[in-house]
Design a protein around this ligand. Structure first.
Ligand SMILES: *Cc1c(COP(=O)(O)O)cnc(C)c1O
Length: 406
């Protein structure tokens, strides 16, 4: 281990955090813990304290910590080859491309290093597709209020949250915002320049709002009628979290472009945008990435897909997710300050009549890692291996934490 890390580890938690606060940009209000290792559903901090994890590194760590098959596959590939360049082929990414496109009902994939980059690729694909049709350069995109698509300038431009956007204007032009689950509000914004409609089949950061079937089917029909590309951002709700491989498959609606990331590499930075053959408008020279789809992250994605099959991850999310739903319904019934319960599988949320920051902090103090979505919603996005006993423990800590701060 690097001596610099060893030296830090000799400090007290407070001293180490002071070092962090001196050197890191203050873009996060962090909880005052340093996480050091994980095992299964549990994380351990620098003082040895154990936490049950219902956050999964924000919907990333699907398979639980210290998964031997995943770790071994990655270690072996580290010794084999970590990176080349996209000017050459590599086996892990070819296999990942084949498997992922098949699962997503898509034809082609471009690997990125993050979710926000997958969105950039989706936006560029939509604009190029429309450009190829009419040669215009004033195409428009319809996005949704309360959406979240990432922090880079293009993704930020389609993120329907004025707080995130305000200071960074001008954003990319031609973006209009409709109301989620309101098909008429989308139709009103369509013009002959509309090239894409982008949305999350289940809104994550915005507060766990699932789309209605009527809305997704209506959008699909609208896009077919007007030759507009439908983009589904499955970065958070995809990769099994809803109990289906991709959330849109619960509705039987396929997009023209799909973005994934988060759980795809289980912590190794890999995302992707995928397109149908018809929408595959980007050609040589149009797009690129130095790291994207290198052999290491390709191996990680394959290991994730292997374990999904071998361990019947989707079945577990369906079964344990239904149990989580029942338990959260009971919590809601017992606590009048809880005003809503939404979601499915391992992407559920409880809405409170007040900000949930203090409750999340109390849960962490009590050994349960949770995360909010917006100010009033607690999100339940555990690793996809969570079992009923973990749900029971989570509910116990949640309820005792609620009692102690009221
Ligand atoms: C997290 C997230 C993103 C951005 O992903 P990053 O990897 O953080 O860039 C985009 N869309 C959705 C729905 C997300 O949840």
């Amino acid at each position: 281990m690097s001596k610099a890390i060893e030296d830090l580890k000799k400090l007290s938690r407070e001293e180490a955090i002071a070092c962090a606060e001196q050197s890191l940009l203050h873009t996060y209000n962090r909880y005052q813990i340093i996480l050091e290792k994980g095992e299964g559903m549990y994380l351990f901090d620098s003082e040895g304290k154990k936490y049950l994890d219902f956050c999964a590194g924000i919907a990333v760590f699907a398979l639980g910590y210290k998964n031997e098959r995943f770790n071994q596959a990655v270690k072996d590939q580290v010794d084999q080859l970590v990176h080349t360049s996209n000017y050459y082929y590599n086996f892990p990414s070819i296999a990942a491309a084949q498997r992922l496109t098949k699962l997503a009902h898509m034809d082609r994939v471009f690997f990125t290093n993050s979710g926000t980059e997958a969105i950039e690729g989706a936006i560029k694909t939509a604009r190029k597709y429309a450009f190829n049709k009419d040669g215009r350069t004033d195409h428009e995109i319809i996005a949704m209020n309360h959406s979240f698509h990432g922090r880079s300038m293009g993704a930020l431009s389609v993120t329907g949250n004025p707080h995130y956007q305000e200071a960074f204007k001008p954003l990319i032009g031609g973006v209009k915002f409709a109301e989620y689950n309101n098909l008429d509000s989308v139709k009103e914004l369509v013009t002959d320049r509309t090239c894409a409609i982008i949305l999350e089949p289940i809104q994550g950061e915005g507060g766990i709002y699932p789309a209605t079937e009527e809305f997704l089917k209506g959008l699909r029909a609208l896009c077919d009628e007007k030759d507009i590309l439908l983009i589904f951002d499955e970065i958070q709700c995809g990769m099994g979290r809803s109990g289906m491989m991709f959330a849109c498959q619960r509705y039987g609606v396929d997009p023209d472009i799909m973005t994934v990331a988060k759980a795809l590499g289980c912590g190794l930075p890999v995302g992707a945008f995928m397109t149908t053959e018809r929408a595959a408008a980007l050609v040589a020279g149009d797009h690129g990435s130095t790291y994207g789809g290198n052999p290491l992250v390709g191996t990680a994605a394959n290991a994730v897909l292997d374990i999904f099959e071998e361990d019947h991850i989707l079945e577990n999310v369906q079964e344990t997710g239904a149990y989580l739903y029942e338990k959260l319904e009971a919590v809601k019934a017992a606590h009048p300050e809880i005003t809503g319960h939404r979601g499915v599988g391992f992407i559920q949320g409880l809405e409170f009549d007040r900000p949930v920051g203090a409750l999340v902090s109390k849960c962490i103090e009590n050994g349960l890692i949770l995360i909010s979505a917006g100010t009033n919603v607690i999100r339940f996005i555990p690793p996809l291996i969570a079992k009923k006993e973990h749900v029971d423990t989570m509910i116990e800590i949640l309820e005792s934490s609620m009692t102690s701060i009221n």
